[in-house]
Design a protein around this ligand. Sequence first.
Ligand code: ADP
Ligand code: MG
Length: 893
Amino acid sequence: MKYWSLPAEKTLEQLGANVDRGLSASQVAVRLAEHGPNEYQQAKPESVVSMVLRQLRDVANLILLLAAGLSFALAVREGHGYVEPVVILAVIVMNVVLAVTQERGAERALDALRDLNSPTCLLLRDGARVEVETAEVVPGDVVLLKTGDLVPADARLVEATGLAADESALTGESEPAEKDASALAEADAPIGDRTNMVFSGCLVTAGNGVAVVTATGMATEMGRIAAFLNDAQKIQTPLQRRLARVVHGVSAVAVLAAVALLATGLQQGEEFWAMMLAAVSLAVAAVPETLQLIVTLTLTRGVHNMVERHALIRRLPAVETLGSTSVICSDKTGTLTQNRMSVRRIWVSGEKPLEVGESAPGGRALELLRRLALASNATVEPDGEGGEKIVGDATETAILRLLTAGGETREELEAALPRVGEVPFSSARKMMTSVHELPQGGYLVLTKGAFDRLPFSPASEAERAKRQAAHDAFAHDALRVIALGSRVVEDLPESGNLEELERDLAFEGIVGLIDPPRPEAAEAIALARRAGVRTVMITGDHAATAGAIARQIGLIGPGGTVVTGRQLAGMSDEELVENVRAYSVYARVSPEDKIRIVEAWQEQGEVVAMTGDGVNDAPALKAADVGVAMGVGGTEVAKAAADMVLTDDNFATIVSAVREGRNVFSNIKRTVYFLLACNLSEILIMLGAQIVGWGTPLTPVMLLLINVLGDGIPGLNLARDRSDERIMARRPIGRNESFFSGITRAIAQQTVAFAVVGLLAFWLGTFAWLPGGEGPSLAAGQTMCFLVVALTSVLHVFTVRSRGSVFRRTVRDNLPLVWSAVGVVVAFSALVLVEPVGAIFGLAPIGPFSWACALGLSVVPTLVAEVFKLWDNRHETWLYRRRLVHHENRGEE
Ligand code: ADP
Ligand code: MG
């Protein structure tokens, strides 16, 4: 149906809709069944078969396949059973199964996240306004649209005031399209000319309106091109890509080592095929199969933890960027403060300021309150439980709450003075106007907003000074000030532009609202500061109000400066960049200023997180390294532009997300440390033994057992680890900080320690007579080497967990890790102890003295690590203390 060529009433009739009541619940159910949910179809998910094939093409698995083939050929030739090829194949199967299930798990987690992020819209149903998820919208629904909303479906406008929508995704037109409910378009008009329609997925950039839904889901204009829009996230982040490079680097080393092993072996006259197999298994041992898997897991875990802390990640790379964040630019109202406003003080010219509490005042103060309420858009709605609640902007609900406490309602006031027009509030204008018809003819213009922005008519010097003094006294007490001006006119402007009425206003009075800081804000700011993260407050409020709040939460000291939007406008970009470090509080700014502030910090090399809630904040959110939108008070426009959405609008949540981002990075670093030390030491053991002519210390099967079970399973649980307090006592992670920074020496030191004990164990078993055993043999040597290499890597998992001593860390904070480690130790000991099973893998029983030697050698690398840590920590604790003292002394940046 071409509803844009029909009058609104016809459209309503055709769709069986009612503008005043909306659809009924039963109608909705029928239509939902008929049209399906209002969603675009997702691209087909990758099939399991293609996922498996993709995994098999992985370097590690290719090498394993080669090994399986070789060992099969060898088994056929020598006829000594098929244990080896079977085990290798089993490992390949396990690798693929693990990778595929984990990857699907990660995908599912991201899908769930998308659902959490799903937008909502305001509908009229059964005569009441209800907020529903966009997916539940059906044709015939009546949608209420306002600035900042996402249009939930294609819809025909019934009413529109100053409505404009960004339709660039559909038309390519970057200027917002102005809408007109009464216009009619040709049946064959292109989308851009259908001015009486709004389209699914577009954003309302100005005004408000009422529209009836004409099409949903794939039937919408956006649905038609949904195939191109598929924003299914690739789960590869920059970090993962960097990691892939590490894996490839190590794989290259592994292949080179394998070639070297083959060459030395052949030179020493070893048999070609056996040597070939040894070389391939060395390559297998050295490739860190599980590294990328663990990293994917760590990232998804991080996202999950953030959700629990009220931070929804919309773009996965944000997890990493958060760890590097060094400046947080935050709104004041609602983020650093509670947004629970209440009117504290009222002043009408000629009277004394009046302190108010819970109950409404009388006299001229009451008159001022009434007029402020008339110029507000907050409404009283049923709360669904028989009671009532006030909904709307926090400033306006505070005014209405005080008025209703005195038993008055806005409806009564509006009945006497019907509203005929409105100039909406915007953060750029900092005021709004409503126009009311007077019973005796003419119109009453009421403008409420920032005291210094209202265009008052000229007054005497003395009067102006009195107003200013009253305002300043309010603002210094951290009160948010709203002023009211009024004017009576005969006619409305012919141009229809009501903004022309905003001049020559008579001063009516001011009210001061209190909005207490969030209790956790001061602590979060201090925590961030210790973590090397600077907090900057940006607000549209007056400089004095902003300064008072900033002092309360410890953002600036008693003499700290507040930069105003006007001062900012007088600064060149270069000046701002140069001085940006000196400013922590910006007041009376407009959303455009936010971009300049973000860019100035970025120019200084900082990684910036910026919060925002309004339509005009979207460009700043995009410019920031991490755009943070408000989940409760934010518009859909802001959320669409953001990387992260706060479900509690709380500043402290950003700081927890930063911590989580650091945790993710440090977990990945731990994993790199853990796996590289294990794999590199295996290369050294294999190569070293061969070069000195001792033979092969570990068979391919043993290497695989160690790598897949011994390292893989505890390693996967490393992803669960949480860092201790100190993670917030370090500087932010550099934008391109290497995974090896600070751990290169530790990796080298542990690799050498592992290799030395592993080789020693092999030598003892193969060549030295140990009391109580059967005498030295290659099998005994391999068994001892197997035990030592397996046990050292299990113990190593605890070493990498913290820069602190393993004995300090409580085991209870990661029980799965502990249990998996215990499980691996028990399983491997059993392999050696239960003879028939061990024989399958080429393991021989060893005597008690050999056991004691193996166990003793296994703990040596852990002790070595402890000694080094002791030394490092003396140094770091000293640095840490110094930073603490340093910050306490500074107090203010
Ligand atoms: P912020 O959200 O950063 O505190 P705003 O841009 O919302 O800043 O508000 C800036 C100024 O605009 C306030 O100091 C107040 O004077 C005025 N103001 C805020 N909300 C309203 C409103 N609903 N109606 C009229 N004026 C308002
Ligand atoms: Mg605001």
